[in-house]
Design a protein around this ligand. Structure first.
Ligand SMILES: [Zn+2]
Length: 487
């Protein structure tokens, strides 16, 4: 509590104290420059974020089956408790989604904050804590979804409510909050359905969500990748056909052998390459940031066509980074399953391999299949059957929102380097992009050196440092708060 003397001192200085109704009764104390908007009390905002996260983790929304309605109703109750009327939509029984809006003056289009509330299942016996206990231990919040992505839902909710509580009148843009179902499977009962059925609830010029804005250390430099692109996926099967027969008399037209040969060839093939604006900016920024021999090698690879055929790991000597850079500059293929045969003494007539292929922005699934056929040399024994696809997306880098993000990150970490980033996996951005929205993966969190976002996502003992959330919610608030007033 502030003493009357402290309050008087604050009020007489450059700062203006403001009291605003707080959740659960009582008051929030905001301090801000006299001439500027009141800013939240950062400690209270961080505490609020941690509370929401722990509550959300305790609601088991493992997908399948999802049951995200419990998270949607929890969030709806919090919004209602602070005077905001949310919309709760079940896209299928118990697949709950919640959307809310703070209106601006309408002179600029909306900004959307969106996240998914489902999580991947947890192997309880491999965790040291209850994955659905929301435990706070040694400065970390533990639980499934702490990073992917209930921690981000909690930050976005806290930011959304802080903007609402500020009672500001300079908002040009509506601010939309959406916490939706079913991102972790490909059944699409979440934001993809909402985009089709309720586009007006979500339509925005810009959107912020996972993945990006979290610190990443390479060499001794700290980078903040901001997702501006994501690869598409083509999930498919390579099906080999051959002549069935008795296994006691081997013959060469054996589907199992055809498939084994094809899988080996495909896995070694180098598929189409393209350096998109995001990949170019990422690699160039990385090269400048790390400097030294690695920086020179990255620059040379980027700028000299003759070096493109040199395997990246030979050039930069870091197999992990080389694999990452390869994936953001090439269509890729990973065999992930094999199915063949039903009895040891029968040569089967067919055999199939499941292939997880990922496409760069600018490539459709038929381009990818053409790539694979080229790699096989049109092997007549192999046919490709596509099961599902997701389009790659890439968004412009030169936008006012991207510049606001860069500037705010630099204010909070002057040594840190923001970089555009291409996600090799998939997020809901590909659905939201169908509304013409520019989507950035920006959910800021600052980790200690040695900690990595991706090491713990979907893993055992998933956890997030309270300090990472406290830093992130402040950065996110400042970006959102500035941008809703921007033309
Ligand atoms: Zn996620």
């Amino acid at each position: 509590m502030w003493s009357p003397a402290q309050l008087k001192q604050a009020a007489c200085g450059r700062f203006l104290p403001l009291f605003v109704n707080a959740p659960g009764g009582g008051c929030w104390l905001y301090f801000g420059p006299m001439s500027a908007l009141p800013m939240p009390n950062w400690q209270l905002l961080a505490d609020e974020t941690v509370r929401y996260l722990r509550d959300l983790i305790r609601l088991d929304t493992s997908n399948p089956p999802g049951n995200e309605i419990v998270a949607a109703e929890y969030i709806a109750r919090i919004l209602q408790g602070q005077g905001i009327a949310p919309v709760v939509i079940e896209t299928a029984p118990k697949r709950g989604n919640v959307i809310a809006r703070i209106t601006g003056d309408g002179s600029a289009p909306p900004l959307l904050l969106y996240s998914h509330t489902d999580v991947v299942p947890a192997e309880r016996d491999r965790w040291t804590v209850d994955p659905f206990g929301g435990e706070l231990k040694d400065g970390f919040v533990y639980g499934r979804g702490a990073l992917d992505m209930k921690g981000i839902t909690a930050m976005q909710l806290a930011v959304f409510l802080a903007v609402a509580r500020s009672g500001r009148r300079d908002m040009r843009r509506d601010l939309i909050f959406a916490a939706t179902a079913d991102e972790e499977t490909d059944t699409n009962q979440g934001i993809g359905v909402l985009v089709e059925r309720h586009p007006d609830l979500l339509r925005a010029e810009y959107a912020l969500s996972e993945f990006g804005g979290h610190s990443m250390y390479i060499g001794n430099r700290c980078f903040y990748p901001i997702q501006t692109a994501e690869k598409g996926n083509v999930w498919m099967r390579a099906v080999a056909r051959g002549k069935p027969g008795h296994a006691s008399v081997p013959h060469p037209d054996n589907a199992v052998v055809h498939l084994a040969r094809a899988v080996d060839k495909l896995a070694r093939a180098r598929l189409s390459m393209s350096i998109t604006p995001t990949a170019r900016a990422f690699i160039a920024g990385l090269a400048d940031g790390v400097g030294g021999g690695l920086g020179i090698a990255l620059r040379a690879w980027l700028e000299m066509d003759a070096l493109r055929d040199v395997p990246l790991h030979r050039l930069i000597g870091d197999p992990g980074l080389a694999a990452e850079l390869y994936a953001i500059t090439h269509n890729t293929l990973a065999p992930t399953g094999l199915r063949a045969g039903y009895k040891t003494n029968v040569i089967p007539s067919s055999a199939e391999a499941t292939l997880d292929c990922r496409t760069l922005p600018g490539f459709a699934s038929h381009d990818l299949v053409a790539d694979l056929q080229r790699a096989l040399g049109d092997d007549p024994a192999i046919a490709f059957e596509v099961d599902s696809t997701g389009e790659a997306v890439e968004f412009p880098l030169d936008t006012p929102l991207f510049r606001t993000i860069e500037r705010t990150l630099k204010q909070h970490d002057p040594q840190g380097i923001p970089l555009p980033y291409m996600m090799t996996g998939a997020t809901d951005a590909k659905h939201v992009a169908r509304l013409g929205t520019i989507c950035y993966g920006f959910s800021p969190m600052q980790f200690a050196p040695g900690e990595s976002f991706f090491d713990l996502v979907h893993g055992h003992d998933e956890r997030v440092a309270v300090s990472a959330l406290a830093w992130g919610v402040r950065v996110l608030y400042e970006v959102v708060s500035e941008f809703v007033a921007a033309p």
